[in-house]
Design a protein around this ligand. Structure first.
Ligand code: PLP
Length: 388
């Protein structure tokens, strides 16, 4: 073939943010720089032993070597339902209101295919997880960016969305605790979102990947706790961050049964479910005792405190996160976000993520991920101190 032509839907996509960062990282490592990588939200802590043990036993069972069911084993969906009841006091029908996912990224990327026709609008928080707008565009939809501004506590302002956009809007992504801003949403915001979505006939897809990554014992809520939520939306969850299982690729969607069925229909035509041994291990994960989870949270809390206090002492402007393993800091006024990331990498071998990579309203910020031991975090702060 003389020339391989990409389809329009991928031709003009910006390079996936983390692919570009990976290249910067490889260049730095090739130059022999002792890199402190705080750029990617991938836990450095291993999956807890009892989950690995459950996997070892499950992988030996021949019954798990065959195609799994599309929607997930009933026992896995029941474990999700029991977890929701215990954690949020939300009741879910395992058969109709729970769906397994090959990581929540997979479900988030695919859901627009189930509900979006060409010309339909999807409301997307910005800065935000890049999969929301890209999944929308793959389905022929139009993302409408809802800016998350610091003066609005990083919550979208529904009243600023033009009425012609609202007429075409069919789906909205929300994400709290939020990546990348580390903000959480108060209950009143979720109430407002439910009312707004109900009034305009918009499906709400709440991405709750960080609901278990919280500090100071302040547990984030599920939006499904609120009256009316299950009539209009679903929640995406991931085992990746909660149980240090990013490599295992498993998550779930829960909530409105018609929305769950629509996503399930797309999936049954595209994939063949999650390896059942992984589902067995995930049942063990969902039953993890509080002591194990607290010890993981304590590790992050120590890191958060070291990074927050350190950056604050350097004069950087940032909020102390109540959840997520991110810090969202303003860049000094002499820089833009990409310039500051490149400066820190070059001058002190500390890698973080430029806010603009999460969308234009992220310009002026950088994101640090707390995915290094506290000793390295303290060293990163010391190094930054010398070049500021
Ligand atoms: C990490 C992350 C996810 C997805 O994780 P999976 O590993 O695909 O389950 C989803 N949303 C946000 C905002 C994330 O940061």
């Amino acid at each position: 073939m003389a020339h391989v032509e990409l389809a329009d839907r991928i031709k003009h996509l910006p390079p996936y943010l983390f692919a570009a960062i990976d290249r910067m990282k490889q260049d730095a490592v090739a130059k022999g720089i002792d890199l402190i990588d705080l750029s990617i939200g991938d836990p450095d802590i291993p999956t807890p032993d009892h989950i690995v043990e459950a996997m070892k036993q499950a992988v030996e069972k021949a019954a798990h070597h065959r195609y799994p069911s599309y929607e997930g084993m009933l026992s896995y969906r029941e474990a999700v339902s029991a977890w929701y009841k215990q954690r949020f006091n939300v009741s879910l029908e395992a058969k109709t209101e729970v769906l397994s996912l090959i990581g929540s990224k997979e479900g988030i990327g695919h859901i627009p295919l189930a509900f979006i026709n060409p010309g339909d609008v999807v409301l997307v928080p910005s800065p935000g997880y890049p999969v929301y707008p890209v999944g929308t565009m793959f389905a022929g939809g139009e993302p409408y960016m809802m800016p998350l501004k610091e003066e609005n506590a990083f919550l979208p302002d529904f009243s600023s969305i033009p009425s012609d956009i609202l007429k075409r809007a069919k789906l909205m992504f929300l994400n709290y605790p939020n990546n990348p801003t580390a903000a959480n949403a108060p209950v009143d915001f979720f109430r407002q979102a439910i009312e707004f979505a109900g009034k305009h006939g918009i499906i709400v897809c709440h991405d709750a990947a960080y609901s278990e990554m919280y500090y100071d014992n302040k547990k984030p809520m599920s939006f499904l706790e609120l009256e009316g939520a299950k009539e209009i939306g679903i929640e995406f969850h991931s085992l990746s961050k909660t149980y240090n299982m990013t490599g295992w690729r498993i998550g779930f969607a829960v909530g409105n049964k018609d929305v769950i069925a629509g996503l399930g229909k797309i999936k049954s035509n595209l994939d063949s479910g999650v390896f059942q041994a992984i589902q067995e291990a995930s049942i063990a994960a969902l039953k993890t005792d509080d002591a194990t989870l607290s010890s993981i949270r304590n590790i992050y809390q120590e890191r958060r405190d070291a990074m927050y206090e350190g950056l604050k002492a350097l004069g950087l402007s940032l909020n102390k996160p109540g959840a997520t393993f991110y810090l969202w800091a303003k860049v000094p006024s002499a820089f833009d976000s990409s310039g500051f990331v490149a400066y820190l990498l070059e001058k002190c071998g500390v890698l973080c993520t430029p806010g603009v990579g999460f969308g234009a309203p992220g310009e002026g910020y950088i994101r640090f991920a707390l995915t290094q031991p506290v000793s390295r975090i303290k060293e990163a702060v010391e190094r930054i101190k010398k070049v500021l």
